[in-house]
Design a protein around this ligand. Structure first.
Ligand SMILES: [Zn+2]
Length: 348
């Protein structure tokens, strides 16, 4: 505005200038040229400024939109996999190295400006765990620990009879005879869940140190891969993650499993077939059905060992009972949301 007034003032003075022009011809002409150039320059600058201002504004809006969309996209996987931004509020002071790495990763994912970085969750270069759980159907997971055994064949034939799939958390020690090798194979070929439960199942050696634990995990992984052809990453701690026999801090074991891309499962329904006291098939059935009654996801602990004949006897009634309660019986897969007594960072 000031500029314009000045210009107008200049123009109004042009009459006066004409007088001067007569007196100082050369100087007057130069002055007019300068004024005209100045007017053109100022008008030009004003126009350019208003245009670039509008451009800048729409550019900013566009950037904001893109940033918003990126944020939306990048936060979705973390939310799906159950990673909470305010994780680790359990108060348990444990090996937090892994956890803080996870937190960093989540923070990076919600910051749109940061370019994709090398993932450290759960293993460098691997995708975060994603658990599919729509919650629409009641699901029951029959899980058999400690096998294979002389009872495996019968368990498999009952499962076949009902057309349902279970999950076998298997061990390795002393099971290199032909019959056992056939059982590992049969479990896999029939499409049941293949899972690991340590090689030796010897608490004293497995839990003596994290190095021992890691070595045992690798040993059972390789053994099951060799016998079934299945490269599984599903694990159950001998005694469960809440066991009181481990010499190591169980969180160390949990962090190790997470670091190598394994998920581990405990259970939320116990059949009671391994309490050490004699138990009947009827009692086992009763334990399973009453334990599952208030669940929409029932992970049922049973055992596949030579001594657990009553479990085999209970199996038909367990399957029928669960089905009549509205459960669909399914195997544990890579996308099954774990039940854990001591929770891994990706479950918090
Ligand atoms: Zn066991």
């Amino acid at each position: 505005m000031k500029e314009k007034q000045k210009l107008e003032a200049n123009e109004m003075n042009s009459g006066e200038r004409k007088h001067r022009e007569r007196r100082h011809r050369g100087n007057g002409k130069t002055a007019i040229v300068i004024v005209v150039i100045a007017v053109l320059a100022i008008v030009g600058i004003a126009f350019a400024a208003s245009k670039s201002g509008a451009g800048k504004q729409s550019e900013t809006e566009k950037n904001q939109r893109v940033a918003k969309e990126e944020q939306k996209n990048e936060t979705t996987p973390a939310q799906e996999s159950g990673i909470s931004q305010e994780s680790t509020t359990s108060g348990e002071d444990t090996q937090s190295g892994e956890t803080s790495e996870n937190e960093t990763e989540v923070l990076q994912e919600t910051t749109p400006a940061v370019e994709e970085t090398t993932s450290t969750y759960p293993v460098a270069g691997q995708e975060p765990f994603v658990f599919e759980d729509t919650g629409e159907t009641k699901l029951a997971y029959l899980t058999f620990d400690d096998g294979p055994s002389d009872n495996t064949d019968q368990i498999l034939s009952i499962l076949d009879q009902y057309g349902v799939k279970a999950t076998f958390f298997m061990i390795g020690i002393g099971k290199d005879d032909e019959a056992s090798l056939q059982r590992y194979k049969a479990i896999a070929e029939k499409g049941h869940g293949i899972a690991l439960h340590s090689f030796t199942h010897d608490y004293g050696s497995i839990y003596a140190s994290i190095e021992n634990f890691a070595a045992d995990v690798q040993q059972i992984h390789d053994w099951v891969l060799q016998t079934t052809g299945v490269d599984t990453r599903i694990y159950r701690f001998p005694g469960g993650s809440s066991n009181t026999v481990a010499n190591i801090d169980i969180q160390q074991g949990i962090d190790y499993l997470t670091s190598i891309g394994y998920r581990y499962f405990d259970w939320n329904v116990s059949s009671g077939d391994a309490t050490g006291k004699p138990i009947t098939a009827e009692e086992i059935t009763q334990n399973v059905l009453s334990g599952s009654a208030d669940k929409t996801r029932a992970v049922i602990l049973m055992h596949d060992t030579n001594a657990k004949g009553e479990t085999v006897r209970a199996l038909p009634a367990i399957i029928e009972g669960l089905q009549s309660m509205g459960f669909q019986i399914v195997p544990i897969t890579d996308t099954t949301k774990p039940v854990q007594h001591v929770k891994a960072s990706y479950m918090q």
